[in-house]
Design a protein. Structure first.
Length: 297
């Protein structure tokens, strides 16, 4: 018979990849951990891990069991958290991964508000523009700028926004009138480094201005704004950020705005946790009515 203790130890070994690391995290002797895994494999009548020099790797049977073990873990945590009364009593940690713009310009300034609402929660904010390679074990909540393709998460479109063209007033005033992308041909642009975005999003600039010439590349919007203020070139920014950036002016004469969306992702096995539900609702509330962000259509 498979016990809850066996499943809990199995989860730690699967997540840590090494018996000794799992034992250390659990506060157990590695021999005890190995005994539980051996018992679980005898009960399942098949190998759950490949023992390799690089670590313990799940077999196909282990991968199937992992999904069930995570569901059991989530159900236990959800049952415990359902006993709590309000957000002020929620405990534990919430790890949030967001793209640079959303995390730096919207979520980080509101961390104080979130901390006041959930004083017993530990909040962790990680900035990462590329999410495709992330395991769902690496976050409790994620905001992405690409539509998710994995079925391991619950996803909903959080908000829509536009990329618009900006420049320093001095740079704009020195340029001839603009009415089309052709008027920007050969001009210097400020954009992302290749590793900062996934390929489709990285191509956004060239979809709007096919002959764009990126001359200053950075992986952050803050860096792009700084370069734009110094007149180093044109810069495409989310309008909800660019419209309030000191030292930049929006180029309303440029006819192209590039639509984008933010997506809120929650791993399916964590979706019932009270702290995750509460933080999801709080993020949705922050976004609702935020100037420059539109409700998804």
């Amino acid at each position: 018979m498979i016990s809850a203790d066996d499943l809990g130890i199995f989860l730690e070994v699967a997540r840590r990849g090494r018996l000794t690391e799992a034992a250390k995290h659990l506060g157990l002797n590695h021999t005890t951990v190995g005994r539980h895994i051996a018992h679980l494999e005898r009960t399942a009548e098949q190998r759950l891990f490949h023992r390799e020099p690089s670590g313990w790797v799940l077999t196909p049977a282990g991968t199937r069991l992992l999904e069930h073990a995570e569901a059991v873990e989530a159900a236990v945590l959800a049952a415990r958290e359902d006993c709590l009364q309000t957000g002020r009593y929620l405990t534990g940690a919430v790890r949030m991964i967001t793209p640079d713009g959303f995390g730096t310009f919207l979520l980080a300034p509101e961390l104080g508000t979130l901390a006041d609402s959930f004083p017993a929660l530990s909040l962790e904010l990680v900035i990462a523009n590329v999410h495709a390679s992330l395991s769902t074990r690496e976050f409790d909540l994620a905001v992405t700028i690409e539509r998710p393709v994995t079925r391991a998460v619950n996803a909903r479109r959080l908000a829509d926004y536009d990329l618009r063209l900006y420049a320093a007033p001095s740079f704009l005033d020195s340029h001839s009138p603009i009415s089309s992308a052709g008027d920007l041909e050969g001009d210097p642009f400020i954009w992302y480094t290749e590793d900062a975005l996934c390929a489709p999003t990285l191509e956004t600039l060239f979809q709007a201005v096919p002959a764009a010439r990126p001359v200053y590349l950075t992986n952050t919007i803050s860096g792009q704004i700084c370069a734009g203020r110094q007149g180093l070139g044109w810069v495409f920014l989310p309008s909800w950020i660019g419209d309030t950036a000191d030292g930049l002016r929006r180029v309303d004469a440029f006819p192209h705005s590039v639509p984008h969306s933010y997506w809120l992702l929650v791993p399916r096995n964590l979706a019932r946790l009270a702290r995750v539900r509460a933080m999801s609702a709080a993020i949705h509330e922050l976004v609702t009515g935020y100037e420059g962000l539109r409700p998804p259509r």
